[in-house]
Write a protein that binds this ligand. Structure first.
Ligand SMILES: C[S@@+](CC[C@H](N)C(=O)[O-])C[C@H]1O[C@@H](n2cnc3c(N)ncnc32)[C@H](O)[C@@H]1O
Length: 239
């Protein structure tokens, strides 16, 4: 199956459950996405696609956050359904647009970025982080998740030269950097449950999930629990 609107409609409930049960598992991933932003001068933020609006909880309280998603599975009174190819916002509306792990299933990435740049104010940033091609995260998603999620997983991942063919986008890049950080859990059992729900691993038992994490991503036991190696390529654009 490769219709990602249908796939995310089916996956949304378990994904959201994982995020509600373990809201701090991805703490470092969210914090890394926003770490370059100067919130003393930022008021209006767009999170796209937001899933269940998780990023909001990591932003300062004064920030006005609009949460949006491309899938009906995530939309609610607080999360607006939008199309990545025609965003329903006026030009020059947001100080910053953030996008976390939500672009590797888009049919037209450049068009989405052009839309994000259109709705950002001049001098504002579009900041996204997503999977880097050729990393262990790529292998985990496109091989392990693809095998053990009955809906499959085929992501078109990113690399440093991705936008070379699109000069209008390429010349707005101010940073492109691969950042590594862990997912954090109190116990092995919590880690396995999170991965099962978050990645929809309905065809894997707990042992297979543990082995997949251990062998492909790598993990460490810590004083407070267990950490799984993760990392994303972060791009920062300026308008
Ligand atoms: C891995 S989740 C990331 C959500 C959130 N930013 C987070 O970090 O938890 C991917 C999101 O992208 C949306 N999405 C991406 N491509 C899509 C597509 N082609 N059709 C529908 N939804 C899509 C999904 O609805 C989902 O919310």
């Amino acid at each position: 199956m490769n219709d990602y609107s249908t796939i995310f409609e089916k996956r949304a409930t378990d994904y959201h459950l994982a995020m509600q049960q373990f809201p701090n598992a991805r703490l470092h991933e969210f914090n890394n996405l926003i770490s370059s932003a100067d919130f003393s001068v930022i008021n209006k933020v767009l999170d796209i696609p937001s899933g269940g609006g998780y990023l909001k909880h990591f932003l300062p309280h004064h920030v006005n956050v609009t949460s949006t998603d491309f899938s009906e599975g995530f939309t609610s009174n607080d999360i607006k359904l939008v199309s990545p190819e025609k965003l329903p916002f006026e030009s020059n509306t947001f100080d910053v647009v953030f996008s976390l792990s939500g672009m590797h299933h888009l049919k037209n990435v450049p068009l989405f970025i052009e839309e994000c740049l259109r709705i950002i104010k001049n001098e504002g940033n579009f900041i996204f982080a997503d999977v880097k091609k050729g990393t262990s995260i790529d292998v985990f998603l496109n091989q392990f998740v693809n095998e053990y999620n009955s809906l499959g997983h085929k992501g078109d991942f990113f690399h440093e030269d991705y936008f070379e063919k699109y000069p209008n986008i390429q010349n707005k890049i101010v940073e492109c950097k691969y950042n590594e950080y862990p997912f954090v859990f109190n116990s092995k059992e919590e880690m396995i449950l999170f991965f099962k729900l978050f990645f929809g691993l309905d065809k894997a038992n707990d042992i297979a999930i543990f082995e997949g994490i251990h062998d492909i991503l790598g993990l460490q036991y810590t004083k407070t629990g267990i950490e799984v190696n993760w990392g994303l390529l972060r791009y920062i654009f300026i308008k």
